[in-house]
Design a protein around this ligand. Structure first.
Ligand SMILES: NC(=O)c1ccc[n+]([C@@H]2O[C@H](COP(=O)([O-])OP(=O)(O)OC[C@H]3O[C@@H](n4cnc5c(N)ncnc54)[C@H](O)[C@@H]3O)[C@@H](O)[C@H]2O)c1
Length: 396
């Protein structure tokens, strides 16, 4: 059984508590830290916590807590992780791990030195559709992965601190790009080094200092390309889509809008439709089981099982740090308008990977470019001569 202290009683703290109490049943959020007494008390009442406090250290150090769940604004993640290291408490942290890679690296090193379990709560790498897609990619159904795109776009976050660049550490790149980067990394291979990033970012709509819209390409050492599209200005709900392209196949995933559940209402009756839904009437796209469909259930099951089995979870602080490093490069690129190197002072994946050959053997003289069946019944091969380079067709 995990006896969890939740740090933060807001939006994600509540989603996490619903999932923790719902899935394995035996795990409990026993304690809650929040900034204000009334929110701590309300959360404790809602989730049956044994105690609450407005002192983070009091909650973390309590002997009746064996795991800490960080659900705080981005600028407080490092302080919370350092207290967990000090009191040797297993810790799981929401995304992004740090506001930048320097913070994330310090957190990773602190938990490793303390010898405590540390999991990175990247829920979108645990959604049922994502897990099934990743299994297909790992079994080779898509061949070699050459492009992995992820898009997260919505009308903007729900609390004031996200909009303050100092507390949040960035805009939609940091807030949403962290999910997309880790999704692409999983499909391309977490042991493949992300080498450089080209990013466009702008503040197109909102009166803020950070970016509210961005698009970026992330080049990987094996020649694969990751792509992310993020926005805090998208209208119409929360758009969560992934696309993977391999030499043998393709995957398209729609995680949230247009998932096959469509409903019309004149507006009478219920109110909550789904996270970031902008309307309660007309044609709506509800989500069957948000906690499950967003990956929280599978995520906490993996985190708790991993902690109990003494292994790493699928998403670790190391992953959070790599993601932060890619984001730092994206921010640099958005300013310089150049490809910017991903700085990874600690790298634990493969070294010196090269792009595989594009040349498929056909016979002694030719490489195969493509097989084609045409509407007039021809079955032909398009070939390239190995010496002359001449392109030809051959009927089979
Ligand atoms: N899908 C996801 O993984 C996901 C979704 C939303 C948020 N998050 C992450 O969760 C973290 C918290 O986001 P949220 O949406 O729950 O925010 P929120 O504003 O809804 O809640 C934050 C909570 O932190 C606590 N807090 C303590 N000190 C605070 C301070 N100085 N300022 C503000 N709040 C303080 C409060 O209890 C507050 O309710 C962020 O790091 C965010 O990126 C992750």
């Amino acid at each position: 059984m995990q006896k969890i202290a939740m740090l933060g009683s807001g939006f994600i703290g509540r989603f996490y508590a619903e999932s923790i109490h719902g899935q394995r049943g035996r795990d409990r959020v026993v304690a809650i830290y929040a900034r204000r007494e009334e929110s701590a008390k309300k959360f404790a009442d809602d989730y049956g916590c044994d105690f609450w406090s407005i002192s983070m250290e009091e909650i973390i150090s309590s002997p009746s807590v064996n795991m800490v769940c960080i659900a705080l604004p981005n600028n407080l993640h490092e302080e919370a992780v350092m207290l967990c290291a000090k009191h040797k408490k297993a810790v799981v942290s929401t995304k992004p791990l740090g506001r930048n890679a320097e913070e994330a690296l310090r957190m990773m090193q602190a938990v490793e030195e303390a010898g405590i379990f540390a999991g990175y709560l990247e829920d979108l790498c645990y959604s049922p559709k994502f897990l099934k897609a990743l299994e297909s990619v790992k079994s080779g159904s898509l061949g070699r992965i050459i492009w992995a795109k992820s898009r997260e776009a919505h009308p903007g976050p729900h609390s004031e601190w996200f909009w303050d660049i100092e507390q949040a550490g960035g805009g939609c790149i940091l807030d949403l790009g962290c999910h997309c980067i880790e999704i692409s990394r999983n499909f391309i291979g977490k042991d493949i080094r992300p080498v450089e990033v080209m990013c466009w970012a702008d503040t197109q709509v909102k009166p803020i200092d950070a970016e509210d819209h961005a698009i970026a390409l992330v080049k990987y050492e094996n020649g694969a390309i990751g792509q992310f599209e993020v926005s805090w200005t998208f209208r119409g709900g929360m758009d969560l889509r992934d696309e993977v392209m391999g030499t043998e196949g393709t995957i398209w995933i729609n995680n949230f809008l247009r998932t096959g559940f469509e409903m019309y209402t004149s507006g009478r009756g219920g109110d909550y439709v789904a996270e970031k839904a902008e309307s309660k009437s007309g044609w709506l796209f509800p989500v069957g089981d948000e906690v499950n469909d967003l990956g929280y259930n599978h995520m906490f099951t993996d985190m708790f099982n991993a902690a109990e089995e003494g292994r790493d979870a699928a998403e670790t602080f190391y992953d959070g740090y790599v993601v932060n490093a890619v984001i730092d490069a994206a921010y640099r690129s958005s300013k310089t308008k150049l490809w910017e190197k991903v700085e990874l002072p600690v790298w634990r994946g493969q070294e010196g990977v090269t792009k595989p050959s594009n040349y498929v053997e056909h016979d002694e003289e030719h490489y195969l470019i493509k097989r084609e069946v045409t509407h007039d019944g021809r079955n032909k091969l398009i070939l390239k001569n190995k010496i002359t380079g001449k392109i030809s067709e051959q009927d089979v």
